[in-house]
Design a binder for this molecule. Sequence first.
Ligand SMILES: C[S@@+](CC[C@H](N)C(=O)[O-])C[C@H]1O[C@@H](n2cnc3c(N)ncnc32)[C@H](O)[C@@H]1O
Length: 320
Amino acid sequence: MTREGEHGREAADHAGAVSRSEIEPLEAGRDAITRRAWRDAFDLLTQADASGLLEPHDLEALGEAAWWTGRLEDCIDARQRAYSAYVESGNSSRAAKVALTVAKDYYAIRASVGTSWLNRADRLLFDAAYAGTPPWDIGRPQSAFLRLAESGALRGRVLDVGCGTGEHALMAAALGLEATGIDASRSAIALAGRKAEDRGLAARFMVWDAFDLPALGVQFDTVLDSGLFHVFDNEDRARYIRSLRAAVVPDGRYFLLCFSDQVPGDVGPRRVSEDEIRESFSDGWEVLSIEGTTMDANFTPTGIPAWLSAIVRTAPAEGG
Ligand SMILES: C[S@@+](CC[C@H](N)C(=O)[O-])C[C@H]1O[C@@H](n2cnc3c(N)ncnc32)[C@H](O)[C@@H]1O
């Protein structure tokens, strides 16, 4: 049984202990929702909520009823509770959907909070993708990074940022380097940890936010980024680079593999031009090289046009 099912059963158990008059508002509230009788639905579900009977989808419905009756604060409160219940039950895709709705609600009152809910939704959508095999999760290192490793370019402490299921951290660990992989997705990190165990490799994997690298309290000699930079919008790119800068030793190398602007169409991550890479790393970094290559993916035998950039951190540590 799913955690949500358990939640429902708990509600039912609880319902067993309460009177019929307490259960009726829940049933009538659900019925009012199907009729789009929002005011009745809000009153009835609020009553059922007081008896602790609402399942996550009822909380969503309560949020919807609150929205239609102009109660924005109640709406956000109900949706945030639905979000927490879905996260707790491991239902990432549903939690992401609710996070997107909460982001939209907040944009009406406080854009900055809306943005942080959008970020949560993005991360949960990545997490949900790992329930299957996402197109980038090829079960081996990217060929471009493998060539880099074979050329001896990796050294010292290695960070695989946005590591997914960990292939590049594991590649570094297999070379005897001290390797760490971080990713915002719990599912990805769990899969990476299992791979390390299966392969008998010592790599450290952690659920961590790429915007919060300084809090790791460690600096790295080499950072590998396969497919993270290109998921960020301009504002997040700048935040990410600030975070990255604090986590790389002076003279440390950041190797970036990202979609190039030669990728046709507009499905998938953002396309990145050479100029954008140079511009993004113009302060405190030196771009050593940007070479045209491809990114391997599960859906194409030929790969996707990409840039492999070698970038060195030149400036001293902040405050150092
Ligand atoms: C396109 S995938 C690439 C994964 C891996 N590097 C690979 O090559 O297979 C991008 C990864 O970045 C992670 N991610 C997205 N935003 C993040 C953030 N703010 N902090 C850490 N990881 C993040 C996602 O969960 C996802 O695993």
